[in-house]
Design a protein around this ligand. Sequence first.
Ligand SMILES: Nc1ncnc2c1ncn2[C@@H]1O[C@H](COP(=O)(O)OP(=O)(O)OP(=O)(O)O)[C@@H](O)[C@H]1O
Length: 257
Amino acid sequence: MIGWKRQLHGTTGGTANAVRLHEVTKRYGKGPQAVLALDRVSADIARGTFTAVMGPSGSGKSTFLHCAAGLDRPTSGSVRLGGTELARLNEAPLTRLRRSSMGFVFQAFNLVPSLTVEQNITLPLRLQGRRTDRAWFGEIVARVGLADRLRHVPSQLSGGQQQRVAIARALVNRPEVIFADEPTGSLDPDTANDILGLLRQAVTDLHQTVVMVTHDPVAAAHADRAVFLANGRIASGMTSPTVERVTAAIAGLRGAA
Ligand SMILES: Nc1ncnc2c1ncn2[C@@H]1O[C@H](COP(=O)(O)OP(=O)(O)OP(=O)(O)O)[C@@H](O)[C@H]1O
């Protein structure tokens, strides 16, 4: 764990963290039925990096993402987004912070069916009462290849196109961090590869920060780093993950379970 933290700092030349989890524990339920989903997890996510969160089913990946994004409150420990401690915020300011500083990409796309592509993409801005920066909007729409689809509604789009809308929506705020939960889980391999390429570009070209939960070693290989959870703890970390190394690491975790 210490080595993992050192690696993060070491490769970024001391860049500030977008997200920092310190000794985060999440327990669901009480008494003998209680489940320890996260057990004193600490992780620093440096700005401008792409991190894949991996691990066997039930290892705590979604709980990690939900706690990091303030969608779920840790039982103990600290989560900081930039300089802000999430535990100190009540629901209303937390919701505002999520809208202003986080982007989300989910497996199920989660677009608003009655809104057009353009309205879906700009929804986070409208919810904050902010104007759309047309130059930035034009750039992200061009990058995700949706310029000729702006007046369509989600039901008129393929799954891959809907996920492109979700990525544009996540980028529209220039958030502190984009959280992606199995973003390619319902896509065919070629479409998945396109979507992962867009997330990669968001980091490399647009200097965004992406944290992605995935089961898929191919998806993880697009990231700068992979962090492996097992039984609610960080078991190991890896820089410049490849499909082969990630597959071997997961097999090792399954063997140790
Ligand atoms: N709301 C909840 N109430 C009770 N237990 C929960 C709840 N959410 C998650 N858990 C438990 O916490 C543990 C971690 O769950 P989590 O969903 O974070 O794992 P995961 O690694 O994302 O799994 P998967 O890959 O199957 O989605 C599991 O044992 C799960 O059953």
